[in-house]
Each structure stands twice: as structure tokens, then as C-alpha cells.
Design a protein around this ligand. Structure first.
Ligand SMILES: O=C(O)CCC(=O)C(=O)O
Ligand SMILES: [Fe+2]
Length: 379
């Protein structure tokens, strides 16, 4: 089985822009980072969207659902959130607060290093681990106001470059964070599957103990520096994740937005200790289109640096993911052909915003399965 690292390396995207030092760009937004003309309406200009007035009679318009993982009805609440939003926040997830404080400390230390030091751990042209721009940058003509540090498996070799003396303590934090996320992701998988009427026994790669130990994952440490002209800049452009699930921690600076069908962009406010859970493209496929993979983006602000840590979780790279048999029937044909994560990453690298439609086999059923054909999807 190819490791996730090998899977990425097999499907490179080309990030040809040279790196700029954000600390020297605090006066004026360079044209290469200006996504809108001065005075243009940001969201309407880019996505032909306007915010619709919210409908107070409908619970689904009251913001991204927040779910207590210890709630006895958690699977149903999660199912409803996945179906209507493709995203929810969880609290009472069992991850201790000090792990968030530690990982934020690591982010601050890492992104505060001088550019020449960060570039010692730069992503290689065909690789995915290390320091650089978001992988989705290659699909856009303008640059994003963000930096990303991607970690697959162990951060050791990368951190040795950044902190020849101090690498150990930061490695420990990242490894502990990854282990905690892996456990939580398995728990979330069980809840999400239960919400679809699927048991973990139905998912072969979950393994006999049902702990999903063969799962693969990557970690994105993201930094969004304060920006001199936030209305014209873009922190991270709209995309969906190529994962089953993404677990996202954000520091207490807002900026994340998700697209709610028929409503426009909605902010996902940071909750102390809360985690944002995104439905990714592979879960969309597994659910036979019942759960939309959420389109999300990040906006920046003038005065505060934002950090986020995204745990991108998927199956073993060579396992076929297809609409689950329990969700397929005469009145509900399979909407997608089966695809491995490895193959899907290749489809993403080539077709980006059309990747889901490339693996789709049936165009529409009673309007139930509403694929956003023109959305931007990426890891
Ligand atoms: O920074 C965020 O809130 C989102 C990050 C994200 O979407 C990603 O890393 O894929
Ligand atoms: Fe994302």
C-alpha cells in the first residue's frame, strides 16, 4: 500500500510562486495578493453569492451546530448536522485543553521563525510535507494570505531542520496531538457511520477491534498573519477537503466560513476547546451523496494572527471507497464509482473543482443528491 506521502508524491501539484516574507508586507497589499478590486463586493464578486436574510423559524439557519459528544442522542444530532451543513462543532470530546495550548505554542514558535529558517524545511517540488503555501494555491491566479506547514507521520526530520536544538519538545507535542486526533477520529467515524445506519463491522478496513488503526492522516498547521488590506485578501480560498473527515482546531481568532446551501457564507466562530468537524469528499461518496462535503474558506483580518490545526483523516490509501451498500437501492442508485484515496488525490490534482463529478456515475435522483458541480475541492 502506498503511504499517504507516496500517494501525494505520485500526484504533484506545481507551486511555482516564490515565497514572500509577510513581515515585510505590512504596509500595502501587493497586487499578487489582491483578490478583489478596491470597493468590489467580496463574496458576491467571487462566488455570485449574497447573504440571504436568515429564517428564524428554521433551526438549520441558526449557525453551525454545536454537538456535545456525550449527549445520548449524539449520533442523530451528528447525522442531522452532516446532512444539512456538512460541518459541525464538537465539545466534550475528551481532548484536554493543554494539548490545544501546546499545539498553539508550537504554531507560534514555528511561524515566528525567520523566513530563511522556515525555508530549511520547505516542501520539495514533488512532496507534500514541510513549509510552503497551501496545496490549493496552484489552482488560483492570486496568492493567499497564509502559510502552511504539512506533517505526514513523524515531524522529526522537518523539525530537526527548524530547531536543531529544540526539536524534541515540539515533536512530542505534535505526536501527542496526532495520537489524540486519531482516537477522536475513530470515535467520530463510529458516530457518523451509526448516523447512516452503518456499523463499523460493515467497514472492512475498520479492523476486527473496530479502531480504524489502518487510517491515514495528515496535519496542516496553518497561519494567517494580520493583513494590511483584509477585504481584498484571501486567507484560504474556497475548497472542500479530500478526506473522510477533517478535525479542525482554531485559535480564538475568527475567519473560517462555510457555505450553507441557499444561505451563503456563514462564520464558524471559535469556541474555547471546541473542534470543527468537516465532512470531506470521501465521506460524501461513502454516504452516497447524503452528506455534502462542506465548502469552506478563510478570511483574514487587520490586527490578529490566526492559527488553525487541521487533522485530515482518511482510509488506508489503497482501500476502495464507494457508496455503502446500505445506502444503495433501486430507488437510490449509487452516485459514485468506487475510488481509492490514492486515486482520488490524483483526480483532485488534475481536476480540482471537478474531482467529484469525475467519479460520479449518475447525475441526479429526485434532486435529493445535490452535487455542487462548480465548487472547489481540494485537500
Ligand atoms: O484555517 C482553517 O480554518 C481552515 C484550514 C483548512 O481548511 C485546511 O487546512 O484544509
Ligand atoms: Fe480545508
Amino acid at each position: 500500500m502506498p503511504s499517504l506521502s507516496e500517494a501525494f508524491r505520485g500526484h504533484p501539484v506545481y507551486l511555482h510562486h516564490k515565497h514572500l516574507d509577510f513581515t515585510t508586507l505590512q504596509e500595502q497589499l501587493p497586487d499578487s495578493y489582491a483578490w478583489t478590486q478596491p470597493d468590489a463586493d467580496h463574496a458576491a464578486h467571487y462566488y455570485h453569492l449574497t447573504s440571504y436574510p436568515s429564517n428564524d423559524h428554521n433551526d438549520d439557519t441558526k449557525g453551525v451546530p454545536v454537538i456535545d459528544l456525550n449527549h445520548p442522542n449524539a449520533p442523530n444530532l451528528i447525522g442531522h448536522a452532516c446532512k444539512t451543513w456538512g460541518v459541525f462543532q464538537v465539545v466534550n470530546h475528551g481532548i484536554p485543553m493543554n494539548l490545544f495550548t501546546d499545539i498553539q505554542r508550537a504554531c507560534l514558535a514555528l511561524f515566528s521563525l525567520p523566513l530563511h529558517q522556515k525555508l530549511k524545511a520547505a516542501r520539495s517540488p514533488d512532496g507534500v510535507s514541510g513549509y510552503g503555501r497551501a496545496r490549493i494555491s496552484s489552482f488560483f491566479p492570486k496568492l493567499m494570505w497564509s502559510e502552511c506547514f504539512t506533517i505526514l507521520d513523524s515531524p522529526l526530520n522537518l523539525f530537526l531542520q527548524l530547531w536543531p536544538q529544540d526539536y524534541d519538545k515540539y515533536c512530542e507535542i505534535v505526536m501527542e496531538y496526532e495520537a489524540a486526533m486519531k482516537k477522536l477520529a475513530a470515535k467520530l467515524m463510529c458516530l457518523v457511520l451509526a448516523s447512516l445506519g452503518i456499523s463499523k463491522e460493515d467497514i472492512k478496513w475498520a479492523g476486527p477491534p473496530g479502531d480504524f488503526s489502518g487510517a491515514c492522516a495528515a496535519l496542516h498547521l496553518n497561519s494567517y498573519p494580520s493583513c494590511p488590506d483584509p477585504d481584498r485578501a484571501m486567507g484560504l480560498a474556497a475548497h472542500t477537503d479530500s478526506t473522510l473527515l477533517t478535525i479542525l482546531h482554531q485559535n480564538n481568532v475568527s475567519g473560517l466560513q462555510v457555505l450553507k446551501d441557499g444561505e451563503g457564507w456563514e462564520a464558524v466562530p471559535p469556541l474555547p476547546g471546541g473542534l470543527v468537524i468537516n465532512v470531506g469528499d470521501l465521506l460524501h461518496i461513502l454516504s452516497n451523496g447524503l452528506y455534502p462535503s462542506v465548502l469552506h474558506r478563510v478570511q483574514v483580518n487587520r490586527s490578529r494572527q490566526r492559527f488553525s490545526v487541521a487533522y485530515l483523516y482518511g482510509p488506508p490509501t489503497n482501500v476502495e471507497i464507494s457508496p455503502n451498500a446500505k445506502l444503495v437501492g433501486p430507488s437510490r442508485p449509487a452516485l459514485y464509482r468506487s475510488v481509492t484515496w490514492n486515486e482520488y488525490l490524483g483526480t483532485k490534482a488534475k481536476h480540482f473543482n471537478k474531482a467529484l463529478s469525475v467519479v460520479r456515475i449518475s447525475s441526479s435522483v429526485n434532486g435529493l443528491f445535490d452535487l455542487k458541480e462548480d465548487q472547489n475541492n481540494d485537500f
